[in-house]
Design a protein around this ligand. Structure first.
Ligand code: PLP
Length: 464
């Protein structure tokens, strides 16, 4: 069944699968070894834009076609052609406990038996909100939504309403979902595809989005000095994880807290990735900063579609129906989604004193091993890590902002990616994404990954 456990497959998959110069480019990517995935992708291209429901899944950046997933368990993904991969994408962040965790699966099964949606309040929503508040004391009140995108757009609306100001500051390379206002120098898929400014976003809307380089406090201060009375909020990924991983430099987040307070603007931490990831209480716990509003997604839904926003009670009281700021959702607080989120957060809450240390330890071991393998291959690489989140930049210099991320070698990453995939290790199909380690990634999986990385860095070296 599993023909290419990590490191066992050797090179045969590469020549078919990879368009990395070792073989002719395969426009539909999957070769003889991936017949079902190739057929499915051809079908998908007829009925879905780019064959996918979210851009980065299309493998466009690495010049190939995606494998189609049949199932997943623990640290592993299994594709339609029977290959097995150690998964460092983990559904782009939600699966901190790994795939199909038995407790989470059972919770969803049970909830489904009681009905899939009511459109009326449930106990689970209250319990999840209480758990969120326990983890994030700054989130005195919480509203559940269906995605990170909904969370950020709603938080921004609230910030504008609360301050009576139209503009806000975001950072280049930070991704806050696909709402119009945020699609200005966004990271993630927008970076990957080279469309930081999407057609369809009205110029008038984009004009209210002010952009500063990440980690550049002076640029933020200048914007405030010039138009402070127009700025409702600063929204930031407290650890940037949609342009690869770029940690905040010493004093950056504290500086944002100081400037927003000084100019009467709100500080919004977009913790859709970092929430329950870099610490149980997210980046705000790790760096000891109290934002006014916080947005969550990914882990909070335990693998089902959930987002949340929350913050100061006086601000959240302005949200309908207790206040005039309108925001609603037919499936918000959905019982299956609440069940998956609750099961996940309960486990994290119970184990928070050990699980985050252990995840960090394993990730550090992986990162140190990757660094050694890269050095042995003579490849300059940056491997920023925060907890179980890390990135891989083929760059001589440490990366501190979007420009630095874009200056890293995409071609080296592409080669690394395909060689790892052929060896059964799935990293994000773009250098502008993060790698995620889950509780299901044991020392054995990490060792297998490191064994595969030696070859992959050799392949990357050919691009430099
Ligand atoms: C993923 C992500 C979003 C968007 O969440 P979706 O659920 O994909 O809409 C927003 N902000 C950050 C920081 C993210 O990583």
């Amino acid at each position: 069944m599993t023909r290419n456990g990590c490191g066992t497959k050797g090179m045969e998959g590469v020549s078919d699968r990879s368009p990395d110069g070792l073989a002719a480019p395969a426009p539909c990517g999957a070769g003889a070894d991936w017949p079902r995935s190739r057929r499915l992708f051809e079908q998908a291209l007829q009925v879905m834009p780019g064959g996918v429901n979210s851009p980065v899944r299309a493998f466009q950046h690495v010049g190939g076609a995606p494998f189609f997933v049949a199932r997943a368990q623990g640290a592993y993904l299994y594709d339609e052609d029977g290959h097995r991969y150690i998964d460092y994408v983990c559904s782009w962040g939600p699966l901190i406990l790994g795939h199909a965790h038995p407790v989470v699966v059972e919770a969803v099964r049970e909830a489904a038996g009681r009905g899939t949606s009511y459109g009326a309040p449930t106990a689970a929503e209250v319990e999840l909100a209480e758990l969120v508040r326990r983890a994030f004391p700054s989130m005195e009140m919480v509203r559940m939504v269906n995605s990170g995108t909904e969370a950020t757009m709603s938080a921004l609306r609230l910030a504008r309403a609360a301050t009576g100001r139209p503009r806000f500051i975001k950072f280049s390379g930070n991704y806050h979902g696909h709402a119009d206002s945020f699609l200005v120098q966004a990271g993630s898929g927008a970076t990957t595809l080279g469309v930081p400014d999407s057609p369809g976003v009205p110029a008038a809307v984009a004009a209210d989005t002010l952009v500063a380089p990440y980690n550049d406090l002076d640029a933020v201060e200048t914007l405030f000095r010039q138009q402070g009375d127009q700025i409702a909020a600063v929204i930031v990924e407290p650890v940037a994880a949609n342009m690869g991983v770029v940690p905040p430099q010493e004093g950056f987040l504290a500086g944002l807290r100081r400037l927003t307070s000084q100019y009467g603007a709100l500080l919004i931490f977009d913790e859709v990735i970092t929430g329950f990831r870099v610490a149980f209480g997210g980046a705000q716990e790790l760096y000891k900063i109290r934002p006014d509003l916080t947005t969550l997604g990914k882990i909070v839904g335990g693998g089902l579609p959930v987002g949340a926003y929350g913050g100061r009670r006086d601000l959240m009281a302005k949200v309908a129906p207790s206040g005039p700021v309108y925001q609603a959702g037919t499936l918000a607080g959905n019982p299956l989604a609440m069940a998956a989120g609750l099961a996940t957060l309960r486990i994290l809450a119970e184990q928070k004193d050990t699980i985050y240390t252990e995840l960090s330890r394993r990730t550090a071991r992986l990162v140190a091993g990757l660094e050694r393998a890269a050095r042995a291959a003579g490849v300059p690489v940056q491997l920023p890590q925060v907890g179980s989140l890390f990135g891989i930049f083929f760059s001589r210099q440490p990366v501190r902002d979007y420009q630095g991320a874009l200056a890293s070698s995409g071609e080296a990453y592409r080669r690394f990616f395909w060689r790892m995939l052929a060896s059964g290790c799935y990293f994000a199909p773009s250098p502008f994404e993060a790698a995620f380690v889950s509780a299901a990634h044991g020392d054995a999986e990490i060792q297998t990954t490191l064994d595969a990385a030696r070859d992959a860095f050799q392949a990357a070296a050919e691009a430099l």
